[in-house]
Design a protein around this ligand. Structure first.
Ligand SMILES: [Zn+2]
Length: 70
């Protein structure tokens, strides 16, 4: 389990360290964006990935993997 989740908002898929973000809830993305409302509709999951969140998420995932694997 990675220490972040993906949540679409405002036309972009952001990642966040918040453990639970319900549909319509505000959250802070890894890129620093303050997202007013998560959009968990099916179409929202097809939006483009936020490049800053993508880079941060890969970094977190790599750090997590490094902790698990010697
Ligand atoms: Zn973002």
């Amino acid at each position: 389990m990675y220490p972040f989740i993906w949540r679409p908002s405002d036309g972009v898929r952001h990642a966040t360290k918040s453990t639970e973000v319900a549909d319509g809830a505000a959250f802070r993305a890894l890129c620093g964006a303050e997202c007013a409302a998560a959009d968990l509709s099916e179409q929202a999951w097809l939006w483009a990935t936020c490049p800053e969140c993508n880079a941060s998420a890969h970094k977190l995932a790599h750090e997590q993997t490094a902790l698990v694997l010697p």
